[in-house]
Design a protein around this ligand. Sequence first.
Ligand code: NAI
Length: 298
Amino acid sequence: MTKDLLKGKRGIILGALDTNSIAWKVAERAHEQGASFVLSNAPIALRKGDIFELGKATGSEVISADLTQVDEIEHLYQESVEILGGNIDFLLHSVGMSPNVRKGLGYTNLDYNYMMKTLDVSAISLHKLLQTAYKMDIINDWGSVIALSYIAAQRTYSTYSDMAQAKAMLESIARSFGYHYGKKRNVRINTISQSPTITTAGTGVGGFKSFYAYANCMSPLGNASSDDCADYCIMMFSDLTRKVTMQNLYHDGGYSTMGISETLIQSCFTCQGECFDDIAEKERVMGKKDASSETQDK
Ligand code: NAI
């Protein structure tokens, strides 16, 4: 295993909620690779408390910040520079939340106040982070910023709701700010479009089990796990990727390039519908086993 890829680098990791969080794995890996960093999450997530365990394990301070509030971001940056002893080299935005998804409101019945919140938390927060960092000039030359995205930015996933718009905006912000921060300080800004991953945010999306199983069957390498994602983030924070910027980088075992796979065909024709969360939907797609079909089966 390569060592010390991030030796001497300082960063901020946003969005570690519990041990399943992608940001949690990134923090563990960044620690292994020699980085020093501050952990941050929204006040409500800090109340849950798990993040302080991660802080202990990685020797990191935890600072509360709701990323929709610019003054809280300013405070986070001021404190982080103080704690870390200088400006930062990397920043992970691993943050997302849709009140519409949480309340189970489908795409044809969105609440627009909730939608604004979705966009603010899940996308505009990246702009707020970058603009504040740009004005405070707290990212070092050749620094690296990563935000996590999902392929619903490009394609329709029927239950992903307004998070699809949030991810499209997130990727666009990374491209647009990538230009300005590249010119200012050679800072690179990219999004990583990750496979479905079993986390609090992931499993909150309706039909997640189907997303996960479908992508896993479709991808020649299988779904990328959160540990795999952490490895990719570390490489992107390292000096080995200094000329990669303004990209949306698929990290999905090949899924995004596939049309159909043999595994998927076989699974779909032989499965008993275990991947359906919704019984009515399972019966609609798989057919209902009634008395006449059971007679035919015999
Ligand atoms: P997670 O639920 O562990 O992380 C989401 C984080 O966002 C939580 O720590 C939460 O406290 C934080 N957050 C929510 N509102 C906030 C606010 N106002 N201020 C600061 N932080 C706030 O779930 P996961 O999956 O690790 O999510 C991380 C990122 O990965 C998200 O952007 C998600 O959309 C993305 N992603 C996840 C996939 C999955 O299947 N789990 C697939 C592709 C992308």
